[in-house]
Write a protein that binds this ligand. Structure first.
Ligand code: ADP
Length: 324
């Protein structure tokens, strides 16, 4: 192997070792706030709470049984929208849905319920990463069980973004060895990209995300140049107050309503190296990278799961991958 390959493998091994000796608990900041929602809450109200708190997901709590009841994410709202599209005369009912109805909504529109995986906060972080990749979950709740009462407590939720940030901040000595360009690593998706234009409706883009099981759609102009990205979380302000009829608005109109603290869109080129991508993650709130050419033409998309998958699994023994 070339010196470049050697460094790359050494860097990857370093990061993997790090993930094995740290726990999910280590990722959490010293002090943090956790918004947990009761499943008796109206879905409509949950939207306001997320918006007011500047968050896009929350763990759910079943207070009757004192148990953790899964994670509320933008996928749930997209399911409600699909329900509304299939049963447009039920708007009154949609208005009265509670978070406890989410499973019924899934059933009614025929989507498979998401597997609710959780991890114990004191287990190795590596395990949380493997579990995320296996289930395609973008976030995973940390659930602890009280020794005495046997009751569950949701400690926090960690996301792929948090984990990659944690790696970037604490592992510069390893990530700086990852000098191979994105092109050589085949990192990301470059074929059959799901894209949209500013003039498509929000609903069209939502259907596209559902069809491809993705959470972001690049918005391009007529020359296939990147203009913006519509993300699953952009759906939340669109349906605030139960305004489902506004989903027929264009993507352009919806994106103009983005909040001021929008994290921004991050791009890279195919010749950029993984170490510089980690630099970007270290400095910014990156949720994906859009790959563009020198003229801003759309080339591909690198999701956080693409990066996590590469960092964890590249060059690993087949067996250990299957053993999950
Ligand atoms: P995201 O949450 O950003 O959609 P995922 O991790 O769910 O990312 O992405 C799953 C796979 O789909 C990744 O390999 C990613 O490269 C790919 N992907 C993401 N967005 C698109 C898109 N708009 N078109 C085609 N493929 C995509």
């Amino acid at each position: 192997p070339s010196p470049l390959d050697k460094d790359q493998m050494q860097g990857l091994r370093g990061v993997r070792e790090f993930l094995k000796v740290r726990t999910s608990y280590d990722v959490l900041p010293l002090s943090f706030r956790l918004v947990v929602l009761d499943i008796d809450l109206l879905i409509k109200k949950s939207l306001n709470i997320l918006i007011q708190n500047g968050i896009v997901s929350a763990p759910l709590w079943d207070s009757r049984n004192s148990t953790f009841a899964g994670l509320l994410t933008s996928t749930d709202y997209i399911n409600v929208i699909q329900y509304y599209c299939q049963f447009p005369h039920d708007l009154n009912q949609v208005d009265q849905f509670r978070l406890s109805s989410l499973r019924d909504i899934e059933r009614a529109i025929g989507v498979l319920p998401l597997e609710t995986v959780s991890v114990h906060p004191m287990r190795p972080l590596y395990e949380a990463c493997r579990r995320m990749l296996k289930t395609r979950a973008r976030r995973i709740p940390l659930v602890d069980v009280d020794d005495e009462t046997g009751r569950e407590t949701v400690v926090s939720v960690i996301t792929q973004y948090r984990i990659l940030k944690f790696i970037a901040v604490n592992n510069e000595q390893h990530t700086m060895l990852l000098k191979k360009p994105v092109r050589d690593l085949g990192l990301g998706t470059y074929k059959d990209l799901a894209t949209s234009t500013m003039n498509n409706s929000v609903l069209d883009v939502i259907h596209l995300m559902v069809k491809h099981n993705i959470s972001a759609v690049p918005i391009v102009d007529e020359d296939y140049r990147l203009l913006n990205v519509f993300e699953a979380v952009d759906v939340i302000p669109c349906i605030k107050g139960g305004a489902y009829d506004e989903l027929s608005a264009t993507v352009g109109e919806a994106l103009s309503k983005r909040s001021d603290d929008f994290a921004g869109i991050y791009t890279c080129g195919q010749d950029d190296r993984l170490d510089s991508i980690f630099d970007t993650i270290r400095k910014s709130r990156v949720h994906r990278l859009i790959v563009v050419d020198d003229d801003g033409g759309l080339k591909g998309i690198i999701s956080l799961s693409d990066i996590l998958k590469y960092v964890l699994l590249y060059g690993e023994e087949e067996d250990s991958i299957r053993g999950g």
